[in-house]
Design a protein around this ligand. Sequence first.
Ligand SMILES: Nc1ncnc2c1ncn2[C@@H]1O[C@H](COP(=O)(O)OP(=O)(O)OP(=O)(O)O)[C@@H](O)[C@H]1O
Length: 355
Amino acid sequence: MPTPVIEVEHLHKAYGSTVAVEDVSLHVMPGEIFGVLGRNGAGKTTTVEIVGGLRHADAGDVRVLGLDPRRDARRLHEQVGLQLQESELPGRITVREALDLYAAFYADPADPASLVADLGLTEKADTQYQRLSGGQKQRLSVALALVGNPQVAILDELTTGLDPLARRETWGVVEAVRQRGVTIVLVTHLMEEAERLCDRIALIDAGRVVATGTPGELAARATAGQVLRFRPSAPLPAGLLDRVPTVTSATTAPAASGSMPAEVSGSVSDSRSGTASRPASGSTPDGVVEVRGADNVVQDVLVALHQHGIRPLGLQLEQGSLEDAFVALTGRASADAGPSVTAARAARRAKNREA
Ligand SMILES: Nc1ncnc2c1ncn2[C@@H]1O[C@H](COP(=O)(O)OP(=O)(O)OP(=O)(O)O)[C@@H](O)[C@H]1O
């Protein structure tokens, strides 16, 4: 197993009587995009500023590339690129001047021209900072974080305030940075961003890590689990789905009512779901069956159907989302439980339908 690039153990930090970070532990592995996800005020920025050597912890251990940010600050700054929230530059400095200025701080900087090209800023190289769009400013701030050829880049709320198009462009930039072999810590409160970009995520709430895992793992921990919908090519034998151990609930609805079966009285014989629902078994070929479950439920249901020569027509699959996980793990909705999440879900559903 490779050595983690960043090791944080039981970090604690208070500002006077405000505890910003109660107890945070996390490990970031080489080459990954690691998300630090949480609502505003959860303690994300304080955590990464301590990792980047900008603040000192009250308690806990931090190692970045084997260095102690407090004792080895100078060496750390050569290896870690920081893009911080709301970093502003003088309005009249041009893109090229800013990069040359930052490059001068390093013994072995990246070539500013190629960085500008990689980040799609070549045409703006001689444009003043004050004349850049929000997305261009963010791309410049990523370029400045990378000009020292760092092994680790910390990107804090990179896309906050950007319109959806600029946000997507910036996501492409983050992926391109990873392609250069840079390990990335991405601080965000946006579920869609974390889901789209991150290999693993630490979900932080009230100064504590409440869960760590891949977006899929976190989503699977949410109660929703996985959902399948299909029209059986023939009536389901009685009790067929109830006997599949990974199924937690199965319902059926007339096809005419759409793909969202109504929950109706009666219950499946398996009480694990705790949900009142009409048994799907015995449904007609016209009905849409909705099955919920965990782990291998998709495979298990398809095998059970196959054994009875039944085909799942119009099969749709839906994973529990990171938003579901956030609510399940913190007991409240995220800050962005709005259109962006809805759009992400719609896109995912559309993708599932195509599959
Ligand atoms: N310099 C400071 N002095 C006093 N309190 C602070 C300071 N910096 C942060 N805090 C407080 O510490 C808590 C955690 O803040 P932090 O910025 O680390 O959270 P965050 O998750 O990054 O939130 P945001 O996304 O809003 O920046 C908040 O209650 C914040 O008000």
